[in-house]
Design a protein around this ligand. Structure first.
Ligand code: FAD
Length: 504
């Protein structure tokens, strides 16, 4: 247990209170949980974004599976619900871990007893300072994207994670060139089989009308404390599960069908201006499969040369290649242990390598020995879980009490939607880290469902469930119980066997 700061007596230490940096899901959940556990202690939440995130409609759908919505809310709402929480809209600039003080850009000093860093991440851009290359992270960046898209005939999307997947599905009235380095789409979340299941939906017209927004959404025109264009600027909180709803993703062209072309197994070699493109002397590609006989390929604002040597002109590029943890303000004076992915390393009590400093959400890297079926992925479910657990650890640390790890870190579980299908990912759903010694069971009904089970030594290690399969709770239990399923063989996925009854 970390000692109290040497120059603070226990009473003074209590007065300095808890400080959290970041108004995203991790930071706000941490503040709420701290307030519930320690209602008489001062808690200060410092956030660069004027609006903060809050988790609503939380539903525990299994032992580790959860579903919830994320809303942008005003700081008043949090302060009203948690009277001992004070939210300050400010940009944190640096930290003195010896003095236990946080400093902000507008000259304020915040002393702390225990600090939790929840500053999230920033999009990892394929190239910096290029007006034609944008990332998507918060409300401001989506607005920027939407504005650019409304005048665009063609966009190049780079990356194969969740954001890219959602964008290629949502964009209408604009040609999309999707460049991925893998041999199948969406491989952060699923395998080749599941990719094949989704592929027809890339080009099919969407049957669903955009539904009206199911709840009030706050929007804010005032930018974050510092403009995101600046090197050291902080962004707003990452968007929530329904970030695309209510945002029109329509390009300049009339047709509403999807026009998506996937370039597999390639990366961006170079982003070129029109002048640089002209100097290459290379011809730019037409949109593959386009019925137009004549294309003007010399008047695009920007050109993208891929490593497979194909060259495309486009209106702009979306770089959706992951995030870099936002650790900048904290690394000047303090000796944090930082993982190769740029995150602040935390132990199994969300404690960084620096006394009295904790971290949660996208900014941290879980550096404990994980349970066999859990791993870190920068998702809102984990941001919530880490924020909540960090609060418990901070209070226990201050009170010098022992605390067990939350159950949610026993099993990786993510419930989401892709292409309008429910998607549940459990455990080592892509056989991550299992080597070759595993087997897969598959069940697929085209357009309806895709079920994959990963088994090792007869025991279920993970599963991918796409569609309304109703299998998630049973499979979650089977993974947690570690039951030997070898006697069932392929019957496990036989649609004529009610597996739920079987294992009751
Ligand atoms: P953030 O939400 O990034 O919050 C960080 C906060 O810290 C912000 O309030 C910021 O203003 C503040 N801050 C930063 N620096 C400073 C500073 N110096 N001083 C003061 N304040 C500071 N996850 C999923 O699970 N499923 C998905 O389908 C999915 N899709 C996504 C789609 C998009 C477009 C994006 C951007 C993300 C998506 N994610 C998804 C990821 C998910 O949103 C994040 O993992 C999660 O929100 C991280 O929460 P966080 O609280 O750690 O960080």
């Amino acid at each position: 247990i970390a000692p109290l700061p040497p120059d603070l007596e226990p009473e003074q230490a209590r007065a300095a209170g808890f400080v959290i940096v970041g108004g995203g899901i991790a930071g706000v959940t941490c503040a709420e949980q701290l307030s519930a556990l320690s209602p008489d202690d001062p808690i200060t939440l410092l956030s660069a974004s004027p609006l903060i995130k809050s988790v609503t409609n939380f539903r525990q759908v299994g032992r580790a599976m959860e579903e919830f919505d994320v809303e942008e809310t005003t700081t008043d709402a949090l302060q009203k619900a948690c009277p001992n929480v004070r939210v300050v809209h400010t940009l944190v600039k640096s930290l003195d871990t010896d003095k236990h003080e946080v400093y902000t850009e507008d000259g304020q000093t915040f002393p702390y007893t225990k600090l939790c860093i929840c500053t999230g991440g920033q999009p990892k851009l394929i190239t910096k300072d290029n007006l034609h290359v944008i990332g998507i992270r918060d409300t401001e960046t989506v607005q920027h994207f939407q504005q650019k898209l409304s005048n665009a005939r063609r966009v190049v999307i780079v990356g194969n994670g969740g954001i890219a997947l959602e964008l290629v599905y949502e964009i209408e009235g604009c040609e999309v060139i999707w460049a991925i380095k893998d041999d199948s789409i969406g491989n952060t979340f699923f395998d080749r089989g599941a990719a094949e299941f989704f592929l027809p939906h890339l080009t099919a017209a969407k049957c669903e009308e955009k539904k009206p927004l199911k709840r009030l959404k706050y929007t804010h025109t005032e930018p974050s404390v510092a403009s995101p264009k600046r090197e050291d600027a902080a962004m707003g909180g990452a968007l929530g599960p329904d970030w695309k709803e209510g945002w029109r993703m329509k390009g300049k062209q009339d047709q509403s069908a999807h026009q998506v072309h996937v370039e597999y197994q390639c990366e961006v070699q170079e982003v070129l201006t029109r002048e640089e493109f002209t100097r290459t002397g290379q011809a730019a590609e037409n949109f593959p499969g386009s019925s137009r006989t004549e294309e003007h390929n010399d008047d695009w604002p920007v050109y993208v040369l891929l490593t497979n040597k194909r060259l495309y002109g486009c209106d702009f590029v979306v770089s959706a290649t992951g995030v870099v943890p936002s650790t900048g303000p904290f690394l000047h004076n303090a000796q944090f242990s930082v993982s190769p992915d740029g995150g602040l390393r935390v132990d199994d009590h969300m404690h960084t390598s620096v006394p009295d400093v904790f971290a949660a959400g996208d900014v941290c890297t879980a550096s404990w020995e994980p349970a066999p079926q859990w791993f870190q992925m920068r998702l809102w479910s984990q941001a919530r879980q880490m924020g909540s657990y960090a609060a418990k650890c901070m209070v226990a640390d201050r009170d010098r009490e022992e605390i067990d790890m939350d159950f949610c870190f026993e099993l990786f579980a993510h419930v989401t939607k892709f292409f309008n299908y429910k998607v549940v990912l459990l455990g080592r759903y892509n056989a991550q880290g299992l080597g070759k010694d595993h087997e897969l069971l598959l069940r697929c009904t085209k357009g309806l469902e895709y079920v994959k089970v990963v088994l090792q030594g007869g025991r279920m290690q993970g599963a991918v469930l796409i569609g309304d399969t109703d299998l998630e709770e049973t499979f979650e239990n089977l993974i947690i119980n570690g039951m030997d399923l070898s006697p069932f063989g392929e019957d496990l996925l036989d649609p004529n066997i009610d597996i739920e009854d079987y294992f009751d």
